[in-house]
Design a protein around this ligand. Structure first.
Ligand code: PRP
Ligand code: URA
Length: 208
């Protein structure tokens, strides 16, 4: 498994505000989008390109374009929806799949409740979007479902990860690529990331 930690001053700065319990929901959402733009820029740096020739207003020139079929973005509901706008801003022709998962409060096992994937997954780079990688159960289930539907090139994009979740994914999906804003210290007894940012879905959507 390949893990990239986006060690960037803007990510550190935005994370300091995102983590702050006093940050209101509207600003929290905006900051997740801003950090998501940086994550999207980094996570797409290996997308294959091809040479094309264009006419500028002045002359013909060789240049590069994305080669593969449009990528697929799969936000894991709900919190993954917070990362969708920045990815769509940079990849406006991407197809979007949705996967609904919630963690059972007691067992922490992910419960699937919705799934809608676009066709041709096997031919497209697939980006799973979820700001939080805690136990790794939800991400592992998302990768399992997408592989089952044919996806081959899979990248998980998260804002925060716990070491326990990374270890779980290393065991379950060693072929996965992960881009993450920061790796935090540990999980607490309820499966929350420490120091973390709290419940991402609740803070994004005001349901705390
Ligand atoms: C959160 C988060 C991840 C999951 C991570 O979702 O968005 O999907 O928990 O935890 P895990 O790594 O231990 O599986 P949650 O289940 O709270 O649902 P929500 O986004 O609808 O709030
Ligand atoms: N999901 C969250 O939203 N936050 C955590 O810390 C862990 C799982």
């Amino acid at each position: 498994m390949t893990i990239h930690v986006v060690d960037h001053p803007l990510v550190h700065h935005k994370l300091s505000l995102i983590r702050d319990r006093k940050t209101p929901g509207s600003l929290f959402r905006a900051l997740i989008e801003e950090a998501g733009l940086i994550l999207a820029t980094e996570a797409t740096r290996t997308l294959p390109t091809e040479s094309v020739v264009v006419e500028t207003p002045l002359e013909r020139t060789g240049t590069q374009r994305l080669r593969s079929l449009d990528p697929v973005l799969v936000p894991v509901l709900r919190a993954g929806l917070g990362l969708l706008p920045p990815f769509l801003q940079l990849l406006p022709t991407a197809k979007v799949g949705h996967l609904g998962l919630y963690r059972d409060h007691d067992s922490l096992v992910p419960v699937p409740y919705y799934r809608n994937f676009p066709p041709l997954l096997e031919a497209r780079p697939v980006f799973i979007l979820d700001p939080m990688l805690a136990t790794g159960g939800s991400a592992s289930e998302a990768v399992r479902q997408l592989k089952g539907a044919g996806a081959i090139s899979l990248t998980l994009v998260a804002l925060l990860a716990a070491p326990e979740g990374l270890e779980r994914l290393q065991g379950d999906h060693p072929d996965l690529t992960i881009w993450v804003g920061a790796v935090d210290r540990q999980l607490n007894e309820k499966g929350y990331i420490l120091p973390g940012l709290g419940d991402a879905g609740d803070r994004l959507f005001g349901t705390a």
